[in-house]
Design a protein around this ligand. Structure first.
Ligand code: ACO
Length: 465
């Protein structure tokens, strides 16, 4: 099987959103903290009629319709999510309703969960299936769906919500370079959800930032080693056209890994000026770093490990040094994460589809490096290659189906007061039974699924607008 990967994508995010600027005022945060400090513009959230199940029903039925895919042609369906609605019944089983209607119940796969990494695990499962001897010739379908909500406090502006569906098969326009994958997985308590009666995580924000950086560092080094083993040459940032990172908020930390003097590695972390949120990994061989950059970074050459993750001066310097590379290689991935917020499992793929939206006309033949991070922690760097494909799976058709600009522009801005009120109601209803929603679908587009009621036996009921 050649070029197994992502054949098609679609995204759904709730039309209700709150502006970060308004939230700063409401929360009494200093002006610019959320918009410049975190680099966020807007945050999508689920009202009482939407949740991870309704969003995933919507995105799956939209993808099948938009690319004219016969539901009988799906042979594996994998869901990645960290939003727990039921501790046993998978979200995948709700999605089966769409396929049962067409007489297809022969679909493997269930849900994968580990913080924001579940979507990547689901994607790998589908790609591995298509590449394996178990493949029956049909498509795989991956769904990443999450509603990221935090208790009142500094983490609240880093929420968001969305569902993304990806069709998997051979001859894909976004093909996996499966050989080049490297992971770092370990036990840490940076972000976790031990309170089963609450949707909110327990989060050590600063530790989560350090863990994220450490994971990028470890995965990237291993990735370079594997690349070198297979290709017989060193990997350099010039080998990746775009770098796409899990985006909990749009503050990009740029990493410069400089192979500097006598093959010692010095890790420099940078916090570039828009404070965007992903990570740019730049691996320079000493000889390829320009002299000016070397001079600027020399004072930090003795910092190692945590020291380098935490040095503010190093961040500022690296920000200047890496700006051009950042703008070219990471900038095109930041659109949707900045406008919608953290979508947990969907965040990385929202960043990927931002690249497709921005660059589809020139993407063919280019390599996209992906960094997936899930707290707790699980992380993988992997590589994709954009290819020529047949309609309806061309890059330009994917960009037109995604219709990102229209979807962003047609949203409804909600006041911070209404946003907080909605979160309180959802908090109260979380894990609850025997209630009817207000069934207010006025802001939903036709074809959107919504929650109507939860009965005394905790069974959830949805309708399509
Ligand atoms: N104007 C401009 N910038 C400002 C302003 C202002 N008025 N005020 C603060 N800032 C800057 C700060 O300097 C800081 O930037 P820096 O890191 O470059 O110094 C940034 O805004 C954030 O301010 P902090 O004081 O560091 O923010 P705080 O500690 O209150 O919260 C945090 C930030 C930790 C990210 C919090 O939102 C959080 O816990 N989020 C959830 C955890 C998370 O998303 N972790 C990421 C990986 S794990 C995952 O994906 C869930």
């Amino acid at each position: 099987r050649k070029d197994v990967g992502i054949l098609a994508m679609d995204i759904y995010f709730p039309p209700s959103c709150v502006k970060q600027e308004a939230l700063e005022v409401h929360d009494g945060a200093s002006k610019g903290k959320y918009t410049i400090g975190l680099g966020q513009e807007c945050m999508a959230f689920c009202t009482e009629v939407e949740d991870v199940i309704s969003m995933s029903l919507t995105v799956v039925s939209n993808l099948l319709k938009n690319y004219k895919i016969d539901p009988k042609m799906i042979g594996r369906l994998e869901v990645g999510s960290e939003t727990v609605i039921d501790k046993s019944k998978s979200i995948k089983t709700w999605l089966m309703q769409i396929f049962e209607e067409h007489g297809n119940t022969d679909i493997e796969g269930v849900d994968s969960s580990n913080a924001c990494y579940g979507g990547t695990a689901a994607l790998f499962n589908c790609v591995n299936w298509v590449e394996s001897s178990s493949w029956d010739g049909r498509y795989g379908l991956v769904v990443c769906t999450d509603s990221a909500v935090y208790a009142e406090g500094p983490a609240r502006p880093t929420g968001g919500a969305a569902a993304i569906a990806m069709l998997i098969g051979p001859n894909a326009p976004i093909a996996f370079e499966s050989k080049y994958r490297a992971s770092h997985m370990a036990h840490v308590y940076d972000f976790y959800k031990p309170k089963l009666a609450s949707e909110y995580p327990v989060v050590d924000g600063k530790l989560s930032q350090t863990c994220y950086l450490m994971a990028v560092d470890k995965c990237y080094r291993r990735f370079c080693e594997k690349f070198e083993k297979f290709e017989g040459k060193q990997f350099s940032v010039a080998d990746a056209d775009y770098c796409v990172f899990h985006s909990p908020y749009n503050k990009v930390t740029v990493f410069l890994i400089i192979h500097f003097l006598k093959s010692r590695f010095y890790l420099f972390t940078i916090n570039p000026f828009f404070c965007l949120i992903c990570l740019l990994f730049i691996y320079f061989k000493f000889s390829t770093v320009d002299e000016d950059a070397i001079e600027k970074l020399k004072p930090f050459a003795d910092l190692v490990g945590d020291e380098s993750y935490q040095s503010r001066d190093l961040e500022k310097t690296s920000q200047q040094v890496a700006k051009a590379l950042y703008d070219a290689k990471v900038g095109p991935s930041t659109l949707v994460p900045k406008q919608v917020g953290n979508m947990y499992t969907a965040s990385l793929y929202a960043a990927l589809l931002s690249v497709i939206h921005n660059k589809h006309a020139s993407l063919e033949g280019q390599r996209i490096m992906m960094f997936s991070y899930g707290s707790g922690m699980t992380a993988t760097v992997f590589s994709l290659k954009a290819k020529k494909a047949q309609h309806p799976f061309t890059l330009s058709n994917i960009a037109s189906v995604l219709d990102v600009s229209r979807k962003l522009e047609s949203r409804h801005e909600v006041s911070p007061e209404k946003f907080v009120e909605t979160l309180k109601l959802n908090e109260h209803r979380y894990g609850g039974n025997d209630f009817v929603t207000n069934n207010d679908t006025s802001v939903l587009s036709p074809g959107t699924y919504y929650l109507t009621n939860v009965d005394a036996l905790y069974r959830r009921f949805y309708k399509k607008k």
